[in-house]
Design a protein around this ligand. Sequence first.
Ligand code: GLU
Length: 472
Amino acid sequence: MSGQQEYSFFDAVVKSFDKAAKFTNWDPGLLEQIKQCNSVYRMHFPVKIGDRIEVVKAYRVQHSHHKTPCKGGIRFATSVNLDEVMALAALMTYKCAIVNVPFGGAKGGINIDPKKYTPYELEKITRRYTHELIKKNFIGPGTDVPAPDYGTGEREMSWILDTYTSMKPGEIDALGCVTGKPVTQGGVRGRREATGLGVYYGIREITHMPEVMQRLGLSEGIEGKRVIVQGMGNVGYHAAKFFRQGGAKIIALAEYEGAIANPDGLNEEEVFQHRKKTGSILNFPGAINIENSSAALEMECDILIPAALENVINHENAPRIKTKIIGEAANGPLTPEADEIFIKKGILVVPDMYLNAGGVTVSYFEWLKNLSHVRYGRMEKRFTENLNSNILAQLENLTAKKVAQKDRENIMHGPEEADLVYSGLEETMITATREIMDCWHSNKDIPDMRTAAYVVAINKVGTSYAELGIFP
Ligand code: GLU
């Protein structure tokens, strides 16, 4: 990533933390403990690629053990370095605290460009990395549970699972050593789209807050909002999909090779297929090309969703951004300098550490499923359907009227796994949004929503430490 040398992502997280800590009453020693990364594991290991040996650099950072296991994704990218992994691990702690997911934060990364390797080579690298984690007790259902992140997905998680289970035969909860697995390998339905869906639920809730929308000069609700999404990976793709389905117009989509725009709205699925076929997002029928991808961020819109990497909006381009709401689907897409500019401009920044918490929330559901060894809905689906059917029959008897077939199906429907996961996620995101907004509005000195989110997170982690009896 450009700017990586002079910019410390971890320092930016610490800066935001310190800004928020002033609004809490915790002992400075406790605040210091919350802030620091508890365990940092940097490794080098050799992998045979073709006929040469490549030394791969990788990391796993456990930011906090105030609750265990630790939790956080693993990213494969050339931008991976210690500073980045530390920052992302810290964000995981705060993220989990805000959405009441009982994990400490962690993050892992392998410094490679996954596009340069064959699937076989990637499998070798992933398995070797997992071995290194096992050797140092940095993975396990009760210690540290990885998940997908930038550059990884279900395939990598199943390699991790297979390596772990083959090294730990008979460990009854082994399936819970990693989340984001394919459904056939102990994954949970709804995990793939969870982060994008969480972003949608979070922003939707904000658009239903009349006083916030009035301040921004926007009408209430998602319907008709002009949305720009940067990044068509798993998170960006699904965010675009749910916004479109919710009635918004996706007026531009950006990827690293360029961006496309259409004021009448784009269909993310068609764009995805076009990119798959042609190798580029550009030249999509009916859309105009924007060769310089970052220019798309500066187009006028109502909601801007950066869903790729960190540091894409900074002091340089922030003054040119013309949106009302920025929803941070990526981790750390804005620098603290950009934050200051948006506070002055009155743009609402909805912070990453809660807005993109849908992924880890559903990872929590997956982990619970793995520990309970039963699929969600298995026990209650039929029971609920029978109960609803009896109620319907009684109602029809009493009123002497028949309920239409379509309504009958809706009323009778017993919950399946995906229904329960979606509603659990919706509830989580709505509750978190309200909690952060209440905190923000309860103290007029809190300058922005990010600071309010940090205040909520610090208070929750602080309370956990206090409950552990380590700090008074
Ligand atoms: N990598 C995702 C994140 O940054 C998901 C983490 C998880 O599911 O543990 O939130």
